[in-house]
Design a protein around this ligand. Sequence first.
Ligand SMILES: *Cc1c(COP(=O)(O)O)cnc(C)c1O
Length: 377
Amino acid sequence: MNRGTLLIHNGHETEPLSGALGVPIIQTSTFDQGDLSGHHEYDYARSGNPTRKALEEIIAGLEKGAKGYAFGSGIAAIASVLGIFSAGDHLIAAEDIYGGSWRILNTFYKRWGLEMTAVDATDPDEIRRAIKPATKALFLETPSNPLLKITNLPVCLGIAQEAGLISIVDNTFMTPYLQRPLELGADIVVHSATKFLGGHSDVISGLAVTKTEALGKQVYAVQNSFGAVPGPWDVWLVIRGLKTLKVRMDAQEASARLIAAWLKAHEKVCAVYYPGLPDHPGRHLHEAQAAGAGAVLSFKTSTREQALAFLNRVTLAATAVSLGGVETIASYPVMMSHASLPPAERERLGISDTLIRISVGLEDAEDLIADFAQALA
Ligand SMILES: *Cc1c(COP(=O)(O)O)cnc(C)c1O
């Protein structure tokens, strides 16, 4: 089956007991264990819940992995996956991973003895140079946020494989509809399902998929021990959102392409970052490993005042954090996602006070462009 069909025929399209065309919400904390014979799949809902299990099987199928796990947020998924490592282990991470991933590595896990080296993963040699005897894992995210830099997944994941590292890829921006890191050599994929997978800005949720059953057992042990699990209603919203991922992604990407090209030609815009633009430095790399450019782009105005004026005057886009919803969102990385970075570090990464990130929603592109035009004017 092709990617779009798989989103609908996901193994859970019909509920066997009633024939319902949907996964039931099983709202319970515990399960009757009857004769105590031990032949019961479920005992306690932190350890397992049928609604959650459906989503876990669906995401494993979409990412072509062995096992899927659902969590209460994207960060809970990432923190739980990192929980398979031990004090003294060393990990290499791309320097522009999601701010929350950065924070949990540099604060929480640092205190627990997990050491981290940040590298510019667009240069695979930096990864090679950072490997040392204690290195156990490589953590990547592509396209990166907010500058949409592209990391060569096959090459970097190959380096990890050769060195015996467990590779983890945050696939939130692309979703399995556009990019499947496990097929490119990754061991674990993580998601904020809050974004494109849920798709409607109405749920916080996270997912992880492992390539092997053995890694799945390790992640499950942390899921069950940490207990950062989602409730069945939230899980159900993600299952529901996934069914329309194809049409949302296709439409949002089509608009993103128009908006990126329009911004590029605008006199007040100095730079546009979008892997769908012909002159994006990572475009060929991205096209070789993903089926589309996605619906997140960023751009720079000439001055900070212009950027703030745009955010103040734009009406169709909400000025907010988050992305991947049906509604267009404009965010200001220096004051939002990357506010916690020291200014010098932000400047080094190119995250200036003129940078605006747009997550393109399902409004008509023509209306969005008209709105952006008046806001820039
Ligand atoms: C939002 C996001 C996360 C964190 O997910 P939450 O659901 O907010 O916890 C992780 N990675 C990326 C790329 C994100 O955009």
